[in-house]
Design a protein around this ligand. Structure first.
Ligand code: IVH
Length: 690
């Protein structure tokens, strides 16, 4: 099923690689998967696919059907929305069918949608106003009010017939049961979305976990499960909300637009989500993008925007095409989970020899960017996922978070696939690979004999937070390394001796060479902390390097320190102390350090802060989770100003953990080690006092 691997699948009938039988077989597989998912989704509230994966399968099927209309299967679910309703509720036929919306995913498609609208309008009606709403990720329901009194709620069901869920709907807190200002309307029918806000969903799942019950996959399913409760007491205990998005019967005649209709519904007492009237595709795009930015701050989940022709008269004129309005479409957000094929797994060697598996994917667009590599973290993760080369996988990427494999479709696994094994030798230098007990990462034992480790060490050395040699990018550095121009970091400071050679080097040119040479020259003046960090000692990150610089004030003192002395540094445990000690005992490292100093690398004298007298003197704090009142950097600066050291990881030496919202594993570790946990309010109170 190669075709469902990319977001925009194109089926090209002119280039027929498959026989008709293959096409039919592909359609059948898609149909069966979609149907099974429909049942799981609509009836069991237990989806087996992410919404975006499901959309993708449907799109692939639709495209196949468009390309091969003669082969369309009689039971294709493409024109069928939802699945059979449960039989325990009374079935109600909708006065007006509840239809669905078409989708667009890109700006071009949105423009096409608006063009199609224009094509059906007269010259005087061209470029109508549009109204945009959030596409709420819940369940569509129809509500009826007779002379202002709420009388009935019905789910969408299959669009023609739904289930009477009046009793359950009555329990929804923000659903008005009485509309004083609509008391003279014989029959008012409104439609909208029942959803479960994120906070309530998380609370519900926490309770379920605590009592050993099954948790819901997402807020949408939790809302669906809650609405389908035969016992409305259970529904009442669920945090549901209703947001209205249309009036389908009984709208006062003086209301002529969708935006006015929603404004009116709001005055009646309904909740309405954010709306905006826009005049052209550019404005639509700007609003769409601004909502993407703030999406995570919304109390509920949305999966896109809905864009509707604002004039109700024009809506009527435009009408419907099959089961979708011509006057509205959903402008979906980029899928955050998509399926693609994992072609192979490569092992990469890091700066300190760590061997990490990287999945090579069939490139796929996810969360708005094309992804072709995905880290699989370590061998344990591969085993946990049971992922193999050739597998179809789900890749998730939301916001700026790095993409990850969230699921492996073992049922679609190629027959000849084999489990992944950890390489016994380094893929770069062939040295033996070891997987130390208690460690997640396997390691190449080649040390600086391993070219991968050498080049990674070079790249780390020049990086912004280390020696900051701007202009000497990783690809040039690797190239210089491969041509023998640099072997160790000390050779970087000899590059100026090879200027002529460099100028002719792969068309680098005089100007670039000069830039590189002067950047190298400028980097000679640095700080002790940066220098220590740049050396790339295992376990010594930026924070530890700063602590070493503060504690020892001088490189020679640090180099000669015993393990016992090193351990006295804040944030330094036994392992880091030992690794540091060993690093400064390796003759090769001493040689490189000497060469660097001889080349002129120097730093200002370290001002060892006299921290005595500050209230948090001698304390080490760790910050975790999201703080409501300030950014973490700000909290860090405040703590440091009070004399505390701020570290990235918890150890028995940590004085306190400042824990914001969604504090994860650090919280557990702090509890385990008996480290004091300080909540944000407590922290703010402390700041007031000092
Ligand atoms: S208007 C003719 N507005 O999206 C259909 N629908 O794919 C008009 N939805 O079943 C629907 N937010 O469950 C509309 N602001 C919104 C919506 C919205 C979510 C859902 C609704 C509908 C589905 C259509």
């Amino acid at each position: 099923m190669q075709n469902n691997t990319s977001q925009k699948t194109t089926v090209d009938p002119s280039n027929e690689p498959n026989s008709q039988n293959d096409i039919v077989a592909q359609m059948r597989t898609l149909i069966e998967t979609i149907k099974t998912n429909n049942y799981n989704y609509y009836v069991l509230d237990n989806p087996m696919l992410e919404d975006s994966e499901y959309d993708q399968l449907r799109r692939t099927l639709l495209e196949l059907e468009e390309a091969y209309p003669d082969l369309v299967q009689p039971d294709s679910p493409i024109n069928q929305v939802g699945d059979v309703p449960l039989s325990a509720f009374t079935q109600v036929t909708h006065d007006i069918p509840m239809l669905s919306l078409g989708n667009v995913f890109e700006y071009d498609d949105l423009q096409d949608f608006m063009r199609r609208v224009n094509d059906r309008l007269s010259a005087a009606q061209q470029s109508p106003e549009y109204e945009m709403e959030l596409k709420l990720d819940g369940l569509a329901v129809s509500l009826k009010y007779e002379y202002g009194k709420f009388v009935q709620a019905v789910t969408r069901g299959d669009g023609q017939t739904g289930e009477d869920i009046t009793q359950n709907a009555k329990t929804i807190r923000n659903l008005p049961l009485w509309l004083a200002d609509a008391a003279d309307i014989e029959l008012l029918e409104v439609r909208g979305e029942v959803l479960m806000p994120k906070a309530g969903f998380e609370r519900l799942n926490r309770l379920a976990t605590d009592s050993g019950d099954k948790t819901f996959a997402n807020p949408r399913n939790a809302a669906a499960g809650s609405l389908r409760q035969l016992d409305s007491n259970v529904a009442a205990s669920r945090p549901l909300a209703f947001y209205v998005y249309s009036v389908n019967q009984g709208l006062p005649e003086n209301i002529a637009t969708q935006s006015d209709a929603l404004a009116w519904l709001e005055t009646l007492g309904f909740s309405v989500s954010a709306i905006k009237v826009i005049k052209n595709p550019r404005e639509a795009q700007a609003y769409y993008e601004s909502v993407i930015e703030t999406r995570s701050d919304l109390p509920f989940e949305i999966d896109g925007m809905v864009i509707k022709v604002n004039s109700l008269a024009l809506q009527q004129q435009l009408g419907f095409l099959s089961r979708e309005p011509r006057w509205a479409t959903a402008y979906k957000f980029p899928a955050e989970t998509v399926m693609t094929r994992l072609h192979s797994i490569e092992w990469q060697v890091g700066r300190t020899g760590q061997i990490t598996p990287v999945g090579k994917l069939e490139p796929v667009k996810v969360g708005g960017v094309t992804v072709s590599n995905v880290t699989l973290h370590n061998f344990g993760e591969i085993q946990r996922l049971d992922v193999r080369a050739g597998d179809m996988v789900s890749v998730h990427r939301a916001g700026d978070v790095i993409p990850k494999v969230t699921r492996v479709w073992t049922d679609q696994r190629p027959k000849d696939s084999a489990p992944v094994t950890l390489p016994s030798t380094c893929p770069v230098c062939d040295s033996p690979v070891v997987l130390p007990e208690d460690e997640a990462l396997a390691r190449c034992t080649g040390g600086l004999f391993c070219p991968a480790q050498q080049t990674e060490a070079l790249i780390h050395f020049v990086s912004r937070r280390a020696m900051d040699i701007d202009g000497l990018g990783a690809s040039w550095l690797i190239s210089f390394f491969e041509h023998g121009l640099v072997k160790t970091v000390a050779d970087i400071y000899k590059l100026h001796e090879h200027q002529d050679e460099l100028i002719n080097f792969e068309k680098l040119g005089e100007k670039s060479v000069q830039n590189i040479v002067s950047a190298i020259e400028a980097s000679k003046h640095t700080t002790l902390a940066r220098f220590i960090y740049a050396l790339g000692i295992r376990g010594v990150g930026e924070g530890t390097a700063q602590n070493f610089a503060q504690q020892f004030g001088d490189l020679d003192v640090l180099m000669n320190a015993s393990i016992e002395t090193l351990i006295k540094t804040p944030d330094v445990g036994e392992i880091t102390a030992e690794l540091t000690y060993e690093f400064f005992r390796a003759p090769h490292n001493i040689e490189v350090i000497t060469a660097l100093r001889e080349a002129g690398v120097h730093w200002d004298k370290v001002e060892q802060k006299a921290t005595t007298g500050l209230p948090l003197d001698g304390q080490t704090w760790v910050i975790t989770g999201a703080l409501g009142s300030m950014a973490r950097d700000e909290a860090k600066a405040k703590l440091q100003a009070l004399g505390a050291k701020v570290s990235g990881s918890i150890s028995a030496k940590t004085t306190a953990l400042l824990a914001g919202e969604k504090a994860g594993s650090k919280m557990a570790k702090a509890e385990k080690l008996g480290v004091k946990i300080v909540a944000e309010e407590e922290f703010l109170a402390m700041l007031e006092k000092v």
